[in-house]
Design a protein. Structure first.
Length: 89
């Protein structure tokens, strides 16, 4: 496993643990705003993990496709990236 993959996996494992902690907070009847704040932190951590994966994808798969000789592959990866951003609207 390369260093970037390790960073992504570690971040996701951290999020996993954080979600378990929030689940316990809910079960224990913690103050609602504290729970909301923790959920916001989880969402930010997931956004960071997503950005890390996207960055790696752009620097590997997309770069290879753009530099390649297959125009349909170039269009496919461009459409794929656009789909990610259009889905967030």
């Amino acid at each position: 496993m390369d260093e970037e993959t390790k960073k992504i996996v570690n971040r996701l494992k951290s999020v996993e643990g954080h979600v378990r902690g929030v689940t316990k907070m809910v079960e224990d009847g913690a103050y609602c705003i504290d729970i909301v704040n923790q959920i916001s932190a989880i969402q930010a951590a997931l956004q960071k993990a997503s950005a890390m994966v996207l960055d790696r994808h752009l620097h590997t798969c997309v770069t290879t496709a753009i530099r390649g000789d297959d125009p349909s592959e170039r269009e496919r990866v461009i459409d794929e990236i656009m789909g990610v951003f259009n889905a967030k609207k």
